[in-house]
Design a protein around this ligand. Structure first.
Ligand code: ZN
Length: 383
């Protein structure tokens, strides 16, 4: 059972990030893990983060959604968590997957403001409505996770409703995210500091290539490292990115960020690091058709270029057209620039395109991050 719980925590680990292009909502981890009424279990449980992420997936009708977690430093030694859970949170902190702060203050709302994300919280933030007017002006920007029949559901603090709603990045957010930043603190997991770094330095660098850096905090208008309180250095323009998504059977299964730093392979089970593996979502026929590495995607001077690297070839759906006569073949080794709304189709129903142009269209049952959890772990009986 312990092993099973570890697997659930690993699954949850894939759903926390501080990448502005991938995070879909902001949470305060110290708050979420204490929603005892979600499962009637221990005072604090990291599994509740998984329950809330699952609820977000259901609401957004999209698989593999990720959240931006702000974490109070005290949580790393919180005696209400198991030693295994504390170890996991520490690892997330070291890897820069979550933002660990001595004094989170209103950082969660700042992140939501800069990135235009909804906040999943039961706190009402009444005192902060002057600074963040969207708290009242945009119903659904703050939703409270509460117990529901099939797991947590959301209730908006303002205007009723039950959908977390994204807004736009604030003007300050747009400005901050146009640059890359450097923390003077050695081994900073968030803003890849001045050399050094711990055991996870390599991984942290992967997580936080300049394109995926979190938004700096603004203190008196100065870009600041939220972790170290240090003024950040300007490292030049942030590299261009394009957020792509995989849609299988009408459902967006996963988003990923393409940068100019390196191409990404998509296929049944790409061998190269950073590849997008589709195998777990494919039926037998699709698994036979789709090569281990099937297409390669590159970002060059702002253009997305797709190259077929498969045995069987692919197709292009120009403008996202689902009309069969308009589908263009993409033969093995052939390349093509993906125009706006174009999708590359690896196999009928298995498509890759720009995330904002790939809506989910089918009735949706997301894959739970909790799927590996034994029922006992999630729904502990009341003592
Ligand atoms: Zn720092």
């Amino acid at each position: 059972m312990r092993f099973e719980i570890s697997k659930v925590l690993d699954a949850i680990e894939g759903r926390v990030c501080t990448d502005p292009s991938l995070a879909r909502a902001v949470v305060d981890l110290a708050e979420v893990i204490r929603y005892q009424d979600l499962d009637g279990g221990r005072p604090a449980s990291l599994l509740r983060l998984g329950m809330v992420i699952d609820a977000l997936s259901r609401e957004l009708e999209e698989d593999s959604v990720q959240v931006y977690a702000v974490v109070h430093r005290a949580l790393l030694s919180d005696a209400d968590l198991t030693s295994n859970e504390r170890m996991v949170v520490r690892r997330w902190a070291d890897d820069g997957l979550v933002e660990v702060l001595d004094n989170p203050g209103d950082r969660m709302l700042e992140v939501a403001d800069l990135l235009g994300l909804p906040v999943l919280s039961r706190v009402r933030f009444d005192g902060l409505r002057g600074r963040f007017p969207w708290l009242v002006e945009q119903p659904g920007r703050v939703v409270a996770p509460v117990p529901g029949s099939g797991g947590p559901v959301f209730i908006a603090h303002v205007g009723g409703g039950d959908k977390p709603v994204a807004g736009k990045r604030s003007p300050a957010g747009v400005k901050l995210l146009a640059r890359q930043w450097r923390c003077p603190e050695s081994g900073c997991a968030l803003f890849g500091g001045g050399g050094g770094g711990g055991a996870f330095a390599d991984l942290a660098r992967v997580q936080h290539s300049p394109a995926g850096q979190p938004p700096p905090a603004l203190r008196n208008g100065v870009p600041t490292c939220p972790r170290h309180g240090a003024r950040l250095g300007d490292g030049g323009p942030r590299p261009r990115t394009e957020v792509l998504a995989v849609r299988i059977g009408g459902l967006v299964r996963r988003r990923f960020v393409l940068t100019e730093e390196q191409p990404i392979l998509v296929g049944r089970a790409p061998e190269r690091d950073g590849g997008i593996m589709l195998g777990q979502w494919l039926n037998d026929e699709a698994r036979r058709w789709i090569s281990r590495s099937h297409v390669q995607l590159e970002l060059r001077v702002g253009e997305v270029i797709v190259t077929d690297v498969s045995t069987n070839g692919s197709g292009i759906r120009p403008g996202g057209s689902m009309t069969e006569s308009e589908r263009l073949p993409l033969a093995p080794q052939q390349s093509r620039v993906l125009a706006e709304n174009d999708m590359v189709e690896l196999y009928p129903g298995v498509q890759v395109g720009r995330a904002e142009e790939l809506p989910t269209g089918a009735p949706f049952t997301p894959t739970s991050v909790m799927a590996e959890a034994p029922t006992m772990a999630i729904r502990l009986p009341r003592p």
